[in-house]
Design a protein around this ligand. Structure first.
Ligand code: 7TS
Length: 406
């Protein structure tokens, strides 16, 4: 993979921050966008912008074709069987909420259990907490191993015949743990439970084939995979989506409206109330084309090499605690002894290095780690070894700086 050529596609990376060339290590929060995506959105607004599914006019037809074309592009990308299994949403959060509010409220009772883990992002915990409160269902957590992984044994013990939903992240945004989704799905299905995968940190970094995973739902955000903010996807198996009720009502999603009652359009439109995320979908299709051109397998390989190099380099820094398993996705969460992660991130920022500090929207996991906050460096296809060298130098500076204080 030619990282220099890839970097040249991302205009934002070519700048100085605080007098130093920018090193962007916060792609788990949101990825940067290549010019191919920026230009696709620009082209859409300059040439084809219209509302969709309504007009007979020419540019309206073009907009509809681009929007529905993007849906088919997503289907191919994730190897879903049917185009109508792809619902455009605002992102992962709204996709998971849709499943919890629609499938969850219709199918769960107080006799049922929802199984999840303590490594989830808040977006994959709170909707299930709310569902549990509304239905009386019980929330259960698969225990984590000391390195932040799951064992098949614990997965098997936690999922029972009372389990109706297993909600699990593909990749942890804090630990980098990659969960064995296919195995979990197999176990869940033996107990007739559906599996909802939070794919926010999975799909940007690895080839995802929902037919192979056999998950019932897979949620993801465009903005973490080179697409604009404001667009995401809920993939769901047709048999579930067809039976589910919409959660947003209004224009676009109806078939016929009378004074006291209405009927809905067929899939996927019944879940897309209001003017849809047209430009976002156009941008997402362009991002998929871009990632496909580079090759998802190449991206995974590149990130694996980067994270291995980063682990080797970072472990040379005394007093740096790294959280999570040895074998991990392309991110590293850490703390310098006696230095608050916000201070670490501030020193790094003064060196032009962007990392995230805080609880990473995973407070239950912070509790498990016994940390109030951590710093996190996350990598993507445009990062290089020299970015990691800069991170290591920056961390040494932070240590020196705060070493005087403590
Ligand atoms: N699930 C996971 C695993 C995530 O990492 C995130 C966002 C979400 C869900 C929510 O995605 P959204 O697009 O709906 O907001 N994670 C992060 C992060 O780690 N830092 O900032 C956002």
């Amino acid at each position: 993979m030619d990282v220099a050529a890839i970097r040249a596609d991302f205009p934002i990376l070519d700048q100085e921050v605080n007098g130093k060339p920018l090193v962007y290590l916060d792609s788990a929060a949101t990825s940067q966008k290549p010019k191919q995506v920026i230009e696709a959105v620009n082209h859409y607004y300059r040439n084809n912008n219209s509302n969709v599914h309504r007009g007979v006019h020419t540019i309206g037809t073009r907009a509809t074709e681009q929007y529905e074309g993007a849906r088919e592009r997503v289907r191919q990308f994730i190897s879903a069987k049917h185009t109508e299994e792809i619902i455009f949403t605002r992102g992962t959060t709204s996709a998971i909420n849709l499943v919890a509010s629609s499938y969850g409220r219709a199918n769960l009772t107080e006799a049922d259990e929802i199984v999840t883990t303590q490594m989830e992002h808040h977006s994959n915990i709170i909707p299930w907490q709310q569902l549990a409160k509304a239905t009386g269902a019980k929330l259960k957590f698969i225990p984590l191993e000391p390195d932040g992984t799951l064992t098949l044994d614990n997965i098997k013990k936690t999922i029972t015949d009372s389990t109706k939903i297993v909600a699990i992240t593909h990749v942890s945004n804090v630990l980098g743990t990659v969960n064995p989704i296919q195995a979990i799905t197999k176990i869940a299905h033996q107990h007739h439970a559906v599996v909802v995968v939070d794919g926010a940190q999975g799909i940007p970094h690895m080839k995802v084939d929902v037919s192979e995973l056999d998950c019932d739902f897979y949620a993801f955000s465009g903005h973490k995979m080179c697409a604009p903010t404001g667009v995401g996807v809920l993939y769901g198996k047709k048999e579930w989506l067809e039976a589910m009720e919409p959660v947003e009502f209004g224009g676009e999603m109806i078939d016929f409206v009378d004074l006291y009652d209405s009927t809905w359009k067929e899939l996927p439109w019944k879940f897309e109330g209001g003017t849809p995320i047209i430009a976002g979908a156009v941008g997402l299709a362009a991002a998929i084309d871009y990632l496909t051109e580079v090759g998802l397998d190449n991206i995974t390989k590149h990130e694996t090499q980067l994270v291995e190099y980063a682990m080797d380099q970072l472990t040379t820094i005394e007093g740096l605690e790294i959280y999570g398993p040895k074998k991990r996705a392309g991110l590293i969460t850490f703390n310098l002894t006696d230095v608050h992660p916000h201070d670490t991130a501030t020193v790094l920022d003064s060196e032009g290095i962007a990392v995230r500090a805080g609880h990473h929207c995973a407070q239950p996991l912070m509790k498990w780690l016994n940390a109030t906050a951590t710093a996190r460096a996350s990598f993507y296809l445009y990062n290089s070894r020299s970015d990691i060298d800069r991170l290591v130098d920056g961390l040494r500076k932070a240590k020196e700086f705060f070493g005087d204080v403590f």
